[in-house]
Design a protein. Structure first.
Length: 483
């Protein structure tokens, strides 16, 4: 089974969210099922630097419109499938975020940058591929590669079947209709079953309409996006394709996220020996300037600071949380108003609230290990990975019942404690009052040490590795594989 996995980012080199983690972990897991996988993505500066010995393997001519010529480089990460790096300096040789310029706005030529990535993905999956290696499956991810299935169906015929994975339906790759020609498309593509979307041009809509199969990253999210409330304008299309839509829960890399071996931690621990977690809490308090107390719960947050993630609700209850008493450690960046609100909260409660604006992989691991409870009150969450990291680290998560959060976290009740399923706390409505009530409930439960130990052990017993999701993808590929 040959699979071309097309993505716009891959951890640890280029990562803005969960897609980068999935692109780093799923292809190796697929390889372990017996798939022959290649990962296609742009040759960003970080990847050029990471793989200086990558070799050019083929030149790609202009594709029409304003899609320029490019080259493919082959790189071989240690212990992972080969990378096919799309080299086009005029589009990809840029600093920082792969989607945003230095001022924080979208690159004006993102349609060309990811139109080229999509077209190359389709070419490599077609009979016209310049490579000897031909995939059975083209697996595209999010809007940045979503024109791949469309190009494959109408411009690069023959070859692979296509799978389109939605990691977050909120990002759809919508552009002005005047850019149609620049993508090598024509007026015949401009219709309701083509790339047209409410008078605009949408990469994601085209991919969802023409991929052979659609997946998303949790079973609950697969159901939610077929509703008008969560469908982001695409509910009707997704309902029409319900028979070809599957929710497959993401996994986590259990080698990277393992408190027994995590190199970022000051002490190690496992399900049977949790003493090291106490040391991690004390070290985190010292690192962040919090009072080194073991008689109050420490709540952790590692997130983009956005309303989607419910972080405005956390900011709103921050004073009341500190008054419980409890501590709060926040790591993230995003909405400037929220950044300022959290900074002001920390200033009002020195020693109780610590906020670091930005991102640090090492600190993210230490917050997962050092916190007592992890806050993740997202308004919507396609899958979520941090709640799974938290469960693996014995840090019961507090979430809302949405998307993958609903599929992974079971609320602590007398019944779920008795049957061994309780592993966290589930908040009801997306309101500050509901969140505060749930935080208070978690803080009360934390005082009951046997109860809390049961929550920790239940969470750490969960297996959210990639083996089962990879097997489900393999079975899907086998169903779709051209005969």
């Amino acid at each position: 089974m040959k699979v071309l996995f097309a993505t716009s980012e891959i951890a640890p080199w280029v990562k803005t969210g969960g897609l980068g983690d999935v692109a780093a972990a799923l292809p190796p897991a697929l390889a372990r099922t017996g798939c022959d996988v290649r990962v296609l993505l742009p040759r960003y500066p970080a990847l050029r630097e990471a793989f200086p010995d990558a070799r050019a393997i083929v030149s790609l001519p202009e594709f029409g419109g304003r899609l320029p010529a490019a080259e493919l480089f082959l790189a071989q990460p240690a212990g992972a499938p080969p990378l096919l790096l799309l080299d086009c300096p005029m589009l990809f040789d840029r600093p920082g975020n792969p989607y945003l310029g230095p001022e924080g706005r979208d690159w004006l030529d993102n349609h060309l940058r990811f139109g080229l990535l999509s077209r190359v993905a389709a070419r490599l999956a077609s009979h016209a591929s310049p490579l000897d290696w031909r995939p059975d499956i083209l697996h595209c991810n999010d809007w940045q590669t979503a024109l791949g299935p469309y190009y494959l169906r109408f411009y690069e015929p023959g070859g692979a079947a296509s799978v389109m994975t939605i990691h977050n339906l909120a990002f759809q790759g919508v552009f002005a209709p005047q850019l149609l020609d620049e993508l090598g498309l024509t007026g015949r593509d401009w219709h309701i079953d083509g790339v047209e979307y409410y008078g605009q041009l949408s990469f994601l809509k085209a991919g969802l309409r023409h991929a052979d199969w659609i997946t998303t990253v949790s079973p609950t999210y697969a159901r939610e996006i077929q509703s008008e409330a969560e469908g982001m304008g695409l509910a009707g299309l997704l309902q029409s394709r319900a028979a070809q839509l599957t929710g497959i829960l993401n996994g986590i890399d259990k080698e990277v996220w393992n408190p027994a071996t995590d190199a970022y931690l000051p002490a190690h621990y496992d399900r049977e020996h949790l003493e090291g977690k106490t040391q991690c809490k004390r070290a985190l308090q010292g690192e962040l300037g919090l009072m080194e107390r073991d008689d109050v719960p420490l709540f952790g947050v590692v997130s983009r600071l956005t309303q989607q993630k419910g972080l405005d609700l956390v900011a709103a209850i921050g004073d009341a949380l500190a008054a419980l008493p409890a501590q709060l450690a926040v790591l993230g960046s995003g909405d400037k108003t929220l950044e300022e609100a959290f900074a002001a909260l920390a200033a009002r409660h020195p020693g109780q609230v610590a906020v670091q604006i930005g991102f640090s992989e090492a600190l993210a691991h230490r917050i997962e290990a050092g916190a007592d409870c992890f806050l993740m009150p997202s308004r919507f969450e396609p899958c979520g990975l941090n709640q799974m990291y938290s469960l693996a680290y014995g840090t019961p998560p507090m979430v809302r019942a949405t998307g993958g959060l609903a599929d992974t976290v079971t609320d602590c009740t007398p019944e779920t404690l008795a049957n061994g399923r309780a592993n966290g706390f589930v908040c009801g409505p997306a309101t500050a009052g509901a969140l505060l009530d749930t935080v208070r409930r978690a803080a009360t439960c934390w005082q009951d040490k046997p109860l809390w130990r049961a929550l920790q052990e239940n969470g750490m017993a969960c297996d959210f590795g990639w083996a089962q999701p990879a097997r489900r993808y393999f079975e899907l590929y086998r169903l779709l594989r051209p005969t």
